[in-house]
Ligand binder design. Structure first.
Ligand code: C5P
Length: 206
């Protein structure tokens, strides 16, 4: 059983995916971490994020089973990730690991941008989780403010819009809903509501 979850930044995919994996006893892969790790290593080595060949080399040398998650979570890492994720050599270097992971038993949940369209086009369940840019920016601002970080809603909204544009506008595996994916708009739902909607869809296919 492979559950593919795609959608834009900040829609709540990660929270949903982790919860579904725990609920069904499946393995969970946050594929965004792979791109974040590539961007982070490029920055650490002082490499140009727009250099596709160099980024491809870093991606091929990456050991995806040993990612230092903590330092990859921030906004800057997300921004770097989306810049290196446009390069075809980066994307192709990461395909094999993701596909092999997807086949783990008894089942897997993968979240990202291109899981249902490119990585696992034959996934058993495809969910496309989204929310308006305003709702996503509001949530992210509240989340960061709650952590004591003084961030500005308008600035977060601009970042989200920019990342949406880059992820959906790139030529290689752009963010889009697979035709056979079920859309879950989380704008008017809380975490429990999103989880229940997803479980209903998945249980109908099991
Ligand atoms: O999901 P997350 O915000 O961690 O992803 C960071 C960036 O990595 C995304 O904005 C996107 O550009 C890229 N990404 C991707 N394909 C995936 C997962 C993430 O291009 N499957």
């Amino acid at each position: 059983m492979i559950i593919a979850i795609d959608g834009p930044a900040g829609a709540g995919k990660g929270t949903l995916a982790a919860r579904l994996a725990a609920h069904y006893g499946y393995h969970y892969l946050d594929t965004g971490l792979l791109y974040r790790a590539v961007g982070h290593q490029m920055a650490e080595r002082g490499l140009d994020l727009d250099d596709a060949a160099a980024a491809g080399d870093v991606a091929r040398a990456l050991d995806p089973s040993h990612l230092a998650e903590g330092e990859l979570r921030g906004r800057e890492a997300g921004e770097r990730a989306s810049r290196v994720a446009v390069h075809p050599p980066v994307r192709s270097a990461l395909v094999e690991f993701q596909r092999a992971f997807a086949l783990r038993k008894p089942g897997t949940v993968l979240d990202g941008r291109d899981i249902g369209t490119a990585i696992c086009p034959d996934a058993d369940v495809k969910l496309y989780v989204t929310a308006s840019p305003e709702v996503r920016a509001r949530r992210r601002t509240d989340e960061l403010n709650a952590k004591g970080r003084d961030v500005d809603y308008e600035r977060i909204l601009a970042e989200i819009r920019e990342r949406d544009e880059r992820d959906a506008g790139r030529a290689s595996a752009p963010l889009r809903k697979a035709e056979d994916a079920v859309l879950i708009d989380t704008s008017a739902l809380d975490i429990d509501g999103v989880f229940r909607a997803a479980v209903d869809i998945i249980d109908a296919k099991r």
